[in-house]
Design a protein around this ligand. Structure first.
Ligand code: C2E
Ligand code: MG
Ligand code: MG
Ligand code: MG
Length: 273
């Protein structure tokens, strides 16, 4: 009887659910094809060391060159890739590709790669990172991994163990989008990050809200005393840059310095061929 009733309810809601499920399934199928047919590419956005006044490295940002929809931004497909688990093979592809590119850059220039919480849950992420470094012939010191609060929120002992293991072989670990979550300060105690990326929402407010400058100053001071460096994200104006210099920020990244560029454009930016 319950079964019959359940079936009736299901039929009643079917049309609306069908649309959502099919849309999601469509993106999922598209993503599977995209992985198989190599429709993904990496864009690279430099981060500038303010003390040395030179490019310290590039962040790898995934792009989907969809045959019909054109370039799709990660905000539109990374969540689906995470829900379906496809972020695991996609994330491995990003890591391998990023390490291969970086191996061609001059020695001190680093590459940073964004990792999803899902890669820590289902993937053999430390082994994947080590294999990507080895196969590319890239020194671990030249790789940075960017994680968000979501990774530490999982609060599994294995997540911390994985991060410690990677840090132990020389890979740098950065906390991305700092200040946007719930208890960011707690995470600074949970793990010794090499770098804190100050979320671009604080940078955007620098010229208009005095409290944003106070917060940025507090973060750089805190990071400094914890032995961590800071990177300000989303720097778009000279005025913001001046504030960030004044606040003692280590590195800056944003459209003012450069938009994300294709892999071929990296060498010329470094003064190479
Ligand atoms: P994120 O890691 O915080 O990356 C910074 C985002 O801000 C990038 O957007 C970048 O293009 C954009 N951006 C940089 N400078 C400026 C600026 O001056 N102004 C403004 N308005 N935006 C700026 P993008 O490439 O669309 O990536 C969005 C997010 O998608 C990333 O945020 C990251 O969380 C995620 N993502 C990108 N690539 C990957 C990847 O390979 N794996 C995973 N798991 N996530 C990725
Ligand atoms: Mg990032
Ligand atoms: Mg960020
Ligand atoms: Mg951000």
């Amino acid at each position: 009887r319950a079964k019959a009733e359940g079936r009736g309810i299901h039929r009643f809601f079917e049309p609306a659910m069908d649309v959502a499920v099919q849309a999601r399934r469509g993106v999922e199928l598209d993503l599977r094809v995209a992985l198989a047919e190599q429709q993904f590419a990496l864009a690279f956005q430099p981060f500038l060391d303010l003390t040395a006044n030179r490019i310290a490295g590039f962040e790898a940002l995934v792009r989907w060159h969809h045959p019909a929809r054109g370039v799709v931004s990660p905000a539109a497909f990374v969540p689906v890739a995470e829900e379906t688990g496809l972020i695991v093979p996609l994330g491995e592809w990003v890591l391998r590709r990023a390490c291969q590119e970086a191996a061609r850059w001059p020695d001190p220039v680093r590459v940073s790669v964004n990792l999803s919480p899902v890669q820590f849950r289902t993937g053999d992420i430390d082994a994947t990172v080590i294999a990507a470094l080895r196969d590319a012939g890239l020194d671990p010191h030249r790789l940075e991994l960017e994680i968000t609060e979501g990774v530490l929120l999982q609060d599994t002992p294995s997540t911390l163990a994985i991060l410690h293991r990677l840090k132990g072989i020389g890979v740098r670990i950065a906390m991305d989008d700092f200040g946007t979550g719930y208890s960011s300060l707690g995470y600074l105690r949970a793990f010794p990050f090499d770098k804190i990326k100050i979320d671009r929402s604080f940078v955007a407010d620098l010229s208009v809200r005095p409290d944003a400058l106070a917060i940025v100053r507090a973060v750089t001071t805190l990071a400094d005393s914890l032995g961590m460096s800071t990177t300000a994200e989303g720097v778009e104006t000279e005025e913001q840059l001046a504030h960030l210099r004044g606040a003692g920020c280590t590195e800056v990244q944003g459209y003012l310095i450069s938009r994300p560029v294709a892999a071929e454009a990296v060498a010329p930016m470094l003064g190479g061929a």
